[in-house]
Design a protein around this ligand. Structure first.
Ligand code: SAM
Ligand code: 2KA
Ligand code: SF4
Ligand code: MG
Length: 253
């Protein structure tokens, strides 16, 4: 089975804050898939959006060394498993599947997640959740999931409202399958409080929400706290948190 990969590395999970289902600060092996069907204005993995231009993938030779080995795409499933196992430092909380958008390659993704479970690892899915029919395929092998709710200011797609509804549907599917799931909302100085209220109403009683400022941060602390309050007033004070991309401040992958 073949996959279009971007990279495999070992790091700390830098996002997710302290809400239930978050793996913030946990050691993970990250498996980044190439290719995405959305186009968020601020995407920090932009070089991997167009899978047909990702000719090779890299895997860390040893954690935190910054030394990589490069291989051509498409990758074989067994090559990816081998790259993951080589980075097993014995303290791995879970394997993070990210991208790009991992669910776009749902067949090899499911096979890889199944294989890692059979090897004794937990699976952490990082997804935009815009394709609930694909999320459904991997829900049974997902232990943790971080599902983005794309704010209007991300300009991820033309029909933003229907994207949000599909993302919330993915949250529901993952939760019903027994995964620990939270939603992540990247906000900017242009994010509308009314939109945050809408996301909060959709998520209320379903999953907690972390609010993550777009990097590099341009939103004021006052605006960030106002958006936090909007969400917490709808969802309940225990169900909202902040998340920052801490790995960027630590200068790790
Ligand atoms: C690159 S995405 C890949 C997974 C999936 N496509 C998604 O968007 O959820 C991984 C995470 O990084 C976040 N992210 C990407 N660029 C960012 C930025 N400039 N500032 C803050 N968060 C960002 C995304 O919102 C998402 O939660
Ligand atoms: N350390 C670290 N934490 C992360 N959390 C989510 C990431 C991602 O790009 O999906 C990411 C990443 O790329 N690195
Ligand atoms: S959905 Fe994720 S990978 Fe795709 S453009 Fe947005 S942030 Fe980047
Ligand atoms: Mg990242």
């Amino acid at each position: 089975m073949k996959l279009i990969m971007a990279e495999v590395f070992n790091s700390w999970q830098g996002e997710g804050g302290s809400v239930e289902g978050s793996a913030f600060g946990r050691r993970q092996i990250f498996v980044r898939f190439a290719g995405c069907d959305l186009n968020c204005l601020w995407c920090d993995s932009r070089e991997y959006i167009n899978a047909s231009r990702v000719f090779r993938w890299r895997s860390e030779v040893e954690p935190f060394t910054g030394k990589f080995e490069y291989r051509p795409n498409p990758a074989r499933l067994d090559e990816v498993v081998e790259a993951i196992l080589r980075l097993d430092t014995g303290d791995i909380h879970s394997i993070s599947y990210t991208g790009g958008e991992p669910t776009l390659q749902v067949k090899p993704l499911k096979a890889l997640m199944g294989e890692m479970k059979s090897l004794g690892f937990d699976n952490f899915l990082e997804t935009h959740g815009g394709l609930p029919e694909l999320v459904k395929e991997v829900a049974s092998v997902t232990d943790y999931a971080s599902v983005d709710i794309k704010d209007e200011t991300a300009k991820a797609t033309e029909d933003w409202r229907s994207l949000v509804l599909r993302e919330v549907e993915s949250v529901r599917i993952l939760k019903e399958a027994g995964a620990k799931v939270y939603a992540k909302l990247v906000v900017t100085s242009e994010t509308k409080p009314g939109n945050v209220r809408w996301y909060a109403e959709l998520l209320k009683g379903l999953a907690p929400l972390v609010i993550q400022p777009r990097e590099p941060i341009e939103i004021s602390q006052e605006k960030l706290m106002n958006l936090y309050r909007e969400a917490a007033l709808v969802m309940g004070r225990k169900n909202v948190g902040l998340s920052f991309q801490v790995h960027k401040y630590l200068n790790v992958l």
